[in-house]
Design a protein around this ligand. Sequence first.
Ligand SMILES: NC(=O)c1ccc[n+]([C@@H]2O[C@H](COP(=O)([O-])OP(=O)(O)OC[C@H]3O[C@@H](n4cnc5c(N)ncnc54)[C@H](O)[C@@H]3O)[C@@H](O)[C@H]2O)c1
Ligand SMILES: [Zn+2]
Length: 387
Amino acid sequence: MWYFCSPRVVFGEGALDALDELQGRRALVVTDVTLVELGLVERVQAHLHAAGIEVRVYAGVEPDPSVRTVRQGTQVAQEVQPDWIVGLGGGSPMDAAKAIWVLYERPDLEPAAINPFIDLGLRQKARLITIPTTSGTGAEVTWAIVLTDTKEGRKMGLGNRENVADMAIVDPVMAAGMPPRLTADTGLDALTHAIEAYTCTWHTDLTDGLCIHAIRLILQHLPRAVADGSDMQAREKMHNAATCAGLGFGNAMASLAHAMGHVLGAVFHVPHGRAVALFMPYTVEFAARQAPRRFAELAALFGCSAAEEEQAARSLAGGIRELCRKVGNPTCAAQAGIERVAYEGQLERMVDDAFNDTQIVTAARVPSYDELHQLFLYAYEGRPVDF
Ligand SMILES: NC(=O)c1ccc[n+]([C@@H]2O[C@H](COP(=O)([O-])OP(=O)(O)OC[C@H]3O[C@@H](n4cnc5c(N)ncnc54)[C@H](O)[C@@H]3O)[C@@H](O)[C@H]2O)c1
Ligand SMILES: [Zn+2]
């Protein structure tokens, strides 16, 4: 038995107008300072005011939000007593908003206790709206919450089906001002979601189509959106692709590249999308020897298929690397600017944490501890994986 969860999704240019129809008294907008400075928060505020809703803004969310930030935001929510919580931003503010909402409704819980196996009983006090301003994480439609334990330097994968948003507003205008680097990093995150969800062991008939279409859209439109941020067609297609990929992996799973990327992000502060995309080709090559079939299917979308499945899967890895290069992204950890001594110094810990990451269990080929160690080493130097 499988579930498919999704908020009501309002998308396309002008989607923000959906806020004008909202019923309620008070909203808490959870966001970050950059988005205040860019005037995106003001736009959302104006729509909420048009609906007669009082607005309070909590702009304290940092990239890769910490448990501390979530606690602070929850305190603000307890003061304001909103009936709507609005997560506005990239994955970081949207994840923080989900956690703040859960703790506002359930002050008895610790953030680390938000897991899929408990009844949360949400929606007694408020409901959640998500508005993405990056085209990448899909957090607007997933129930996953990624928080960072800053003491341990570890990312925690939390969340419960109940904390999926009530409404996601996917308006490309909100992402139109992203600089090229952010466009590339977040777009590659969406690509990694789609490829990993399509090839993981939890893929389903309902998620496959979303993933394949997301890949098609990204291949066509990511280089355009990076090269020319004012190309609104490319922006809109990328915004939709990220949401499709989010629905795909949110209802299946991500996989090994996310397990590895999470630790690189937590230890070396490499942005999430850059980190996961960097590892993806190595994980594809690793799977190619034992479980190539679904990777081989995707190779055709990249225009690099081969008669034999293992070869086709390997050519997919090549296609991913080529796209990364085209949009100016690193294809190995050395290129991401990490010193060899620093990387090797953290290697055991990274292998440990990745080995314990929830995303690893659904990999097409699950590595042993030693194999994972090797994968991290190969991905430092950019050596193709052949074991
Ligand atoms: N919950 C999920 O399903 C899920 C999935 C993938 C990633 N994540 C998490 O999401 C986080 C990463 O999110 P992200 O990649 O969207 O980045 P982010 O939210 O961390 O934002 C990165 C930076 O981009 C800026 N920014 C955002 N929108 C902008 C815009 N339109 N114009 C200019 N600058 C803008 C932000 O202010 C911030 O400084 C990580 O913590 C990751 O673990 C969650
Ligand atoms: Zn991701």
